[in-house]
Design a protein around this ligand. Structure first.
Ligand code: SF4
Ligand code: SF4
Length: 337
């Protein structure tokens, strides 16, 4: 089974990791069974975040039931040195004395990157945690390849995490060569592009066929964990038919799929365009919009779109933004019927 060395962390793990977003949606018992199943199959790296509500706590419960050594990766979106307190909270929730990789979470805007790297910023908080042995390595996750390129060039992080799938393949040529040159590890998220790709097996085989990365697909059922593991264990390469299918799906989503780059902002009406473009996956991830005020607010705000078109020339993928917002609003309204 393929293994990957995560750059100069010198952590070497099996190439299939596991992501802790989806276990937020199930019961404690089910979540623990899922994490245990992944551990028993042989998954070696488990990723979660302070922001994933109960995910750290549930992984902590599963860790109490095993003596298997695993690599833990978690993150916080705190932008100041107070992230140190979040590290301590992660340790409490996970019920461990140390986390192997602690990331600055979703640093996707220049101002955020500058804030975390400034005096009193979150990077300093993580340095303090590392000096005290609470974490081993410092990582950064981002949805922006521009930021990740800068991060790697400046070479202060041992691990980065990027979006990567056959609908978002650019990390392979923009991030991987730089990471190799700087000897940084690369974890990848969103192998299904936020649920847009329906053929999970094909999506996973695509990312697994890329060397030097560790994808961390999330799963909330034991069956799904087993399915993903089977794909990894079989190690089946992509066939000609698979390549054709990938081309087909890419074509289908060519003018539909938002890459979350935020170049279209600012919207004249203050709409969060990328979140609205991905509202289906937002709702899949966070649940009933009627119970989550910010999701409801996001959709209601989108009704203010005047179709002014200011965002259109700023989207490098020429997405018909107002049209897609309208379609997504129709889908959102249909949920209530
Ligand atoms: S077209 Fe709609 S989404 Fe785009 S800038 Fe105008 S109001 Fe905002
Ligand atoms: S709509 Fe276009 S510019 Fe805006 S976030 Fe999506 S892909 Fe990027």
């Amino acid at each position: 089974m393929q293994k990957v060395r995560l750059g100069r962390t010198n952590i070497t793990v099996k190439k299939l990791g596991w992501g802790g977003i989806p276990i937020q949606r199930v019961s404690d018992d089910q979540a623990v069974s899922v994490v245990q199943a992944a551990m028993e199959l042989g998954v070696e790296i488990f990723d979660t975040a302070r922001g994933y509500t109960n995910s750290e706590r549930r992984i902590g419960l599963a860790l109490q039931k095993t003596s298997r050594p695993v690599i833990l990766s978690t993150k916080s979106a705190n932008r100041t040195e107070k992230i140190y307190d979040d590290v301590q909270e992660s340790l409490r929730q996970l019920q461990v004395k140390k986390v192997h990789i602690y990331h600055l979470h979703n640093v996707s805007k220049t101002e955020d990157y500058e804030k975390v790297m400034a005096v009193g910023g979150a990077y300093q908080g993580l340095q303090k945690a590392r000096a005290e042995g609470l974490i081993d390595h410092i990582g950064l996750t981002s949805h922006s390849l521009d930021i990740l390129e800068r991060v790697l060039k400046e070479d202060r992080f041992e691990v980065v995490m990027a979006c990567y799938s056959f609908l978002e393949p650019d990390a392979a040529h923009r991030i991987l060569p730089l990471a190799r040159a700087k000897d940084a590890g690369v974890l990848t998220m969103k192998p299904l592009s936020g649920g847009v790709i329906e053929d999970a097996g094909l999506a996973l085989r695509y990312v697994l066929s890329t060397p030097d990365i560790v994808p961390i697909p999330g799963s909330e059922t034991v069956e799904k964990v087993r399915e993903n593991w089977k794909v990894y264990a079989e190690g089946r390469p992509l066939s000609e038919a698979d390549q054709d299918r990938i081309r087909e799906v890419r074509q289908q989503f060519d003018k539909q799929f938002c890459r979350r780059c935020d170049y279209c902002q600012p919207c004249s009406q203050g709409i969060n365009i990328q979140l609205m473009m991905g509202i289906k996956s937002v709702i899949r991830r966070f649940g009933n919009p009627d119970e989550i005020a910010w999701v409801k607010g996001l959709a209601e705000k989108a009704r203010d779109c005047t179709e002014c078109g200011e965002c259109l020339p700023r989207c490098p993928y020429q997405l018909p933004i107002p049209e897609l917002i309208k379609k997504n609003l129709e889908w959102y309204d249909s949920l209530k019927k």
